[in-house]
Design a protein around this ligand. Structure first.
Ligand SMILES: [Zn+2]
Ligand SMILES: [Zn+2]
Ligand SMILES: [Zn+2]
Length: 175
């Protein structure tokens, strides 16, 4: 399902569809320069985010028994929702089953490098709304109950915010 288009900024064709680590899909303008975290972006900076298709899960909806799907919002926030649930854009109301379960914690890739190992940092927001920068190689081994990878973490003070608070595009849900 290749989607091609024209850049609304400069009129050049858009580049191929790329996928981020968080499963989001995007197309950059074909005139955009190669990605280099050390220098300023070259060329056109237009980015088109594509809707991520929900992934069917091997779980049943506790409300109606239909299959659940894993959906990702434009900002990388993940949720499980009922596959029968939908949004009627004309009537502006929810259709089908409204079961939604947000997955705790949100992470977002940053254009910053880990001071300890040089890998990318991610901005992680906990379900309680606390924010931290952590190394993208850091993880948690559920079997041994031990952290894996790099342990670099920098907690952000409340209010030290970024420009990502534009709201979610995957309507309609309430937390
Ligand atoms: Zn462009
Ligand atoms: Zn359901
Ligand atoms: Zn690191």
């Amino acid at each position: 399902m290749e989607e091609t288009g024209i850049c609304p900024k400069c009129g050049s064709p858009l580049g191929p569809v790329q996928e981020t680590k968080t499963g989001r899909k995007l197309q950059k303008c074909s005139t955009a320069g190669p990605y280099d975290p050390k220098s300023k972006p070259t060329g056109c900076t237009y980015v088109k985010w594509l809707a991520v298709e929900p992934q069917l899960l091997d779980e049943k909806c506790p409300k109606c028994g239909n299959q659940l799907v894993l959906a990702v919002t434009r900002f990388g926030k993940k949720m499980k929702k009922c596959s029968t649930g939908g949004w009627d854009a004309v009537a502006k109301k929810a259709t089908g089953c409204d079961y939604v379960e947000w997955l705790t914690g949100v992470s977002k890739e940053l254009d910053e490098k880990c001071p300890e190992c040089g890998n990318k940092l991610v901005l992680y927001t906990t379900s309680a709304g606390k924010r931290m920068k952590k190394c993208s190689t850091g993880g948690w081994d559920k079997e041994t109950r031990k952290p894996t990878g790099c342990k670099y973490v920098e907690w952000l003070k409340p209010g030290e915010s970024e420009t990502d608070s534009q709201g979610e595009e995957f309507l309609p849900v309430q937390e």
